[in-house]
Write a protein that binds this ligand. Sequence first.
Ligand SMILES: [Zn+2]
Ligand SMILES: [Zn+2]
Length: 271
Amino acid sequence: MILPDYHVHTIYSPDSKMEPGEAVLSAISSGVSEICFTEHMDLGHHMESFNRVPDFKRIEKSISQLREKYPEISIEKGIEVGYIRDTAEQTAEILSGQKFDFVLLSTHCVDGMDCYLPESKRDRDKITAYKRYLETVYDSVMDDNLTEYYDCIGHIGYIAKCNHYEDNTFPYQLFPELFDKILSEIIKRGKGIEVNTSGINRAGHVLPHPSIIHRYHELGGRIITIGSDAHKPQNVGAYIEEAIDIIVKAGFQEITLFKNREPGFVTITRA
Ligand SMILES: [Zn+2]
Ligand SMILES: [Zn+2]
């Protein structure tokens, strides 16, 4: 049975202390068959530690060593690009000079502040904040600078795991028209979505919410990856099987894996 974890951060991201080797060992012991490293690159981020280009040479070296050492698991080289409109062109230029297996485009910052920070809530109620978040996701999909350089939109609904409200859930019915606009555009541009399991403990559901995954499939979306967004060894591979159940319920028969940014579709078989 294929069990991919397509969203993992290590010491090459500013918010993780996990060694890539620890991540691989943890993946193997959790039964993960394929791991994709997706280090952060958030150019223009207001926190200086995030506003930098990852050390691509060291990442490359580390991955090739791990591939040699652990042939029993597939190891992919990815990146998680944070969308900030003002630096989209610069980001595209950097991406164009690098080779990846998989690129995630994620919205972390809305109106100049990372949703993760409590102060990013400002005086916004849930509906206002979630709408601004989604409008930013829409901008990221519409930004022609980046279209060529990414594969999937990461964790749609990220703001829901930042825990600003009593009820943080972020289902389709909150903004059906806006979700339809975003999902249709993703499909039209030949891109996919990521199902991110890190929302389960924080938002109460995977990101995006299962109702949105269902709608994405209904609209014709077929490219879909699953990732834990682990920053620590114990989270590598977390809830991946549960996420597979969710996408199967949403109508998917295949999961998407990437090599050299080419999607491959693998039939989901159950143990
Ligand atoms: Zn992210
Ligand atoms: Zn991440």
